[in-house]
Design a protein around this ligand. Structure first.
Ligand SMILES: N[C@@H](CCC(=O)N[C@@H](CS)C(=O)NCC(=O)O)C(=O)O
Length: 209
């Protein structure tokens, strides 16, 4: 297998952390997005979406999203479970993940990609170019703030965001919060549950990756 990573981007970090939590050793190739390597002909042959991560399997099949790579590796290496052990846990983790992805990560991408100078003309990832829309940046920032204000209630008294066990939902939420730091946004100071949870997940060795 060959994992196409990018050390500076949030989505491939989700896969790096997952691989580390599983204790796997997978050959890794770094795609330098600052040099536009995700747009190269060579990489388009691997992932025509021009996005990282991607995972090339030994039989030549290629997985082209975080969710696809996670699902495949979880099935191949069920322990430690990161996507739920029971039917209910699997469903709950998928529910929480989608909320984090939609209201957190996509809102943050909307805010950043529509305002950052290096992303001028590249307001969406992928093979097609789109201009920035400043109003979307403002809407994105407002959505990120609402999301961050709600993390404390999402965690509540639970050790982890989807319940009793560490899961891909924790990976997503930690990465979303770190990603929000790019716009100097963060958890409210008085969000005690959220800070307790963040300290626990970000002190895991995998979080340093
Ligand atoms: N949901 C997709 C998102 C992939 C994605 O958008 N990756 C970003 C990096 S975080 C990317 O490749 N961007 C390419 C670009 O900006 O041109 C996944 O998780 O695989």
């Amino acid at each position: 297998m060959k994992f196409y990573d990018c050390k500076t981007a949030p989505s491939p970090r989700r896969v790096r952390i997952f691989i580390a939590e599983k204790g796997l050793d997978i050959e890794t190739v770094d795609i330098d997005m600052r040099k536009g390597e995700q747009m190269s002909e060579e990489y388009r042959a691997i992932n025509p979406n021009c996005t990282v991560p991607a995972l090339v399997l030994d039989d030549g099949n290629i997985l082209q999203t975080t969710a696809g790579i996670w699902a495949y590796l979880e099935d191949l290496h069920p322990e430690p479970t990161l996507m739920g052990a029971t039917a209910l846990e699997k469903g709950q983790i998928a529910d929480v993940r989608w909320k984090i992805e939609f209201s957190g990560m996509l809102a943050m991408a909307e805010a950043l990609r529509n305002s950052a100078a290096p992303m001028k003309g590249r307001a969406l990832p992928g093979p097609d170019n789109f201009e920035q829309i400043p109003e979307l940046a403002e809407r994105g920032k407002a959505r990120v703030k609402l999301f961050l204000d709600r993390v404390d209630a999402m965690i509540g008294d639970n050790p982890f965001v989807a319940g009793d066990n560490y899961s891909v939902a924790d990976i997503d939420l930690m990465i979303m919060i770190d990603f929000a730091g790019w716009l100097k946004m963060g958890l409210p100071e008085d969000a005690g549950n959220a800070h307790r949870w963040y300290e626990a997940v970000s002190s895991r060795p995998s979080a340093k990756l």
